[in-house]
Design a protein around this ligand. Structure first.
Ligand code: NDP
Length: 297
């Protein structure tokens, strides 16, 4: 029995970050120091880890970072005021507000308040519109990371049947849009789908973004399919905390041709694409077209 190739997102992200470091050097040589502002409201432990990792990666490749921490009881006008100041600050090129926000703060209002040119998460409705229209803009990081990994494995995605499990605004819908642009045939499966496993079994490419630990087992996957697991779920095994995806790696890796692990798959790619967006935003805000960015290689 053959075992699927493990798609090493950690190694691929490190490769991409090395190239991005070169892009940062080139921008700095032109007098631009890319800067990412990361806003954290409250002290959700998982969000703390995400913010720490993002700031660390930024610094590692020469991107300036500005950490803005606000208490959990911050009201919306205060948060929107901070975003307005960051929008107006010419030294800040990218703004990321770590989600989820504490109760009482409306995520959509906060996303709408970020200047689209600084929206490095790619969640603003203007960037969402550009993505759907196939126009240049800031695309969301996790879906971009999924496509990058797929291209490293499959090169030409044209004509492949992709099944996206999940239809959220931050993962499912944008990854589906990117797959369409890559000329895949597309099925989106969600909680109201009838026979989700049967639909999924038709896929050459499975993208799992459900938020349900190990939901997708070998019965959902056609032999030889490529499986990208976006899920990050914290479970307990024998009383110990464990991070697992939406895919049951042990069973699916015996059926698929290639599969991303959790951790070490899509997660590191998300951060790498956040850095890529920050660099692109900085270049655009200074009227510099990135001539053949190293990261395009
Ligand atoms: P959401 O909860 O916003 O969306 C989940 C989607 O899954 C919904 O569209 C829902 O359908 C669908 N769904 C739920 N149950 C089923 C089911 N039984 N069968 C088929 N579809 C189902 O989650 P997100 O998209 O925000 O995140 C998904 C996962 O990805 C999470 O584990 C999250 O932690 C992870 N994540 C990882 C990132 C990374 O960097 N690796 C970044 C972002 C998220 P419906 O719309 O009908 O409710």
């Amino acid at each position: 029995m053959s075992v699927a190739h493990m798609i090493d997102g950690k190694a691929e992200a490190a490769r991409l970050l090395d190239m991005l470091r070169e892009d940062v050097s080139r921008l700095r040589a032109q007098g631009v120091a890319p800067c990412l502002a990361v806003v954290l409201v409250g002290n959700d432990p998982a969000s703390e880890v995400y913010v720490r990792n993002k700031v660390l990666r930024a610094r590692e490749i020469g991107i300036e970072s500005l950490e803005c921490r606000l208490p959990a009881d911050t009201d919306e006008p205060a948060l929107l005021g901070l975003i307005a100041r960051l929008n107006a600050d010419p030294a800040v090129h990218g703004i990321l507000v770590q989600m989820p926000l504490p109760a009482g703060l409306t995520e959509s209002a906060v996303i709408d308040a970020i200047a689209p040119a600084k929206d490095v998460d790619g969640f603003h409705r203007e960037n969402v519109g550009r993505l759907v229209l196939g126009e240049p803009g800031l695309a969301p990081c996790t879906p971009s990371g999924c496509l990058h990994l797929l291209r490293r494995i499959a090169h030409d995605l044209s004509g492949k049947h992709a099944v996206v499990v999940g239809r959220s605004n931050i993962v499912g819908k944008p990854v589906a849009t990117l797959l369409l642009q890559a000329n895949c045939s597309l099925t989106v499966v969600h909680s109201r789908s009838v026979n989700a496993a049967q639909l999924c079994r038709q896929a050459d490419i499975v993208i799992a973004a459900v938020g349900k630990p190990q939901l997708i087992d070998a019965n959902w996957v056609k032999p030889g399919a490529i499986v990208i697991d976006v899920g990050i779920n914290r479970i307990e095994v024998d009383g110990k905390p464990k991070l697992v995806g939406d895919v049951d790696y042990a069973s699916v890796s015996r059926v698929a041709s290639a599969i991303t692990p959790v951790p070490g798959g899509v997660g590191p790619m998300t951060i790498a694409f956040l850095m890529k967006n920050t660099i692109a935003a900085a270049a655009a805000q200074h009227g510099l077209r990135q001539q053949a960015p190293a990261s395009a290689a």
